[in-house]
Design a protein around this ligand. Structure first.
Ligand SMILES: *Cc1c(COP(=O)(O)O)cnc(C)c1O
Ligand code: SF4
Length: 334
């Protein structure tokens, strides 16, 4: 099966998911209610990495809608990062010097319940082909933009030919020196890294960085490792960002194992993000003092190059803010 067919055959029915995993049928009605606006979506290859019969599985928790999503809390909003303010052209966000981010599509192979763009107004802001021209023209006019980030949704939801038509234009802009792709696809749908994709990559003149999104070591199976191997063979630099999630990876041992497995997969840890306060995701939030303690415990276990930077995004700041790890006084040599 090709990746497009695999993407189309993702599980979208809570009942089917619950039957497949042998879980309590009671969970289905909550999942239906909580998933009515931002729907459940899980590729079958990801389902295979979830433990059957375990409602606390750390992968399942990332994707199963639960009643807590319906809580309406004042600090958790539709646009927690004020992205509406950062629009330079339809679908083009710029918050930081030298880097511009293109919202290429709303489509994702998986729906992560904590996604900070779960309420992003894609219909207005996705750069479809006619609108790309406006965003691309804005990039061309601004000679300070040296890196273009393809984001979304997941940019690898686009076909290879759509990606190529985009990069054909970008590569003709002399001041653009790097291409970055923010994608979860090689992790949640490793078959996406097929011959067509690697051909696109190897023919690019621009150096390419992929920032993957892995939250838990169980997400990295043999297929993901080979997909990352194919990306590396295509001269792609691989980095990873993780979101710190209550009940999923808020544990220094889990995060340390994630860093080790990433390294063995040819990927370096980049950011560990505290949750952006999007409506419906409050139950995933790890309070900042605890996040800094976990980061301290992580730093005390690993070489520096395997420790991601704990980061928070603050609207209007000139860069993502690095939070200092906190050490609880105990000796590090245990
Ligand atoms: C996160 C983000 C970036 C990338 O920031 P880095 O620190 O370079 O990884 C760029 N643009 C926007 C709009 C972002 O949200
Ligand atoms: S893959 Fe990324 S953009 Fe898509 S739902 Fe998950 S976190 Fe959001």
């Amino acid at each position: 099966m090709g990746w497009q067919a695999e993407m189309a055959s993702a599980i979208t029915s809570p009942r089917e998911l619950i039957t497949e995993l042998g879980l309590d049928p009671e969970l289905a009605s909550a999942a239906e209610a909580a998933g009515s606006a931002f729907r459940l979506r899980i590729p079958r290859s990801y389902l295979a990495r979830i433990e059957r019969g375990n409602p606390r599985d750390p992968l399942l928790r990332q994707v199963l809608p639960i009643g807590a999503e319906l809580a309406n809390l004042v600090d958790y909003t539709a646009d927690p990062l004020g992205e509406g303010e950062a629009l330079r052209a339809p679908g083009l966000l710029q918050k930081y010097h030298g880097r511009a981010l293109l919202i290429t599509t709303s489509a994702c192979a998986i729906h992560c319940r904590y996604c900070f763009r779960r309420e992003f107004p894609y219909a207005q802001q996705t750069s479809d082909s006619s609108r790309w021209s406006e965003a691309l023209a804005a990039i061309e006019r601004d000679t300070s933009i040296e890196e273009v980030i393809l984001s979304g949704g997941d940019p690898l939801s686009l076909s290879d030919s759509r990606l190529a038509s985009l990069t054909d234009v970008l590569q003709r802009i002399p001041h653009v020196r790097r291409l970055r792709v923010h994608t979860r696809q090689p992790v949640v749908l490793p078959s996406r890294v097929d011959a067509g994709l690697t051909q696109w990559l190897t023919q690019l003149r621009l150096p390419v960085v992929f920032v993957l999104h892995v939250n838990h070591p169980n997400e990295i199976d043999a297929d993901v490792q080979s997909a990352c191997g194919r990306l590396r063979d295509s001269r792609v630099t691989l980095l990873n960002q993780t979101v710190l999630l209550q009940g999923v990876n808020d544990d220094p041992d889990v995060l340390a194992e994630l860093s080790r497995r990433l390294f063995e997969t040819g990927v370096l840890p980049y950011y560990l993000h505290v949750l952006d306060r999007v409506r419906g995701a409050a139950h995933f939030d790890v309070p900042e003092p605890r996040a800094r303690l976990i980061a301290g415990q992580l730093a005390a276990r690993l070489p520096g190059y395997l420790v991601p930077r704990l980061a928070r995004e603050i609207q209007g700041a000139p860069a993502k803010i690095t939070l200092t790890p906190m050490f609880s006084g105990a000796s590090s040599r245990r």
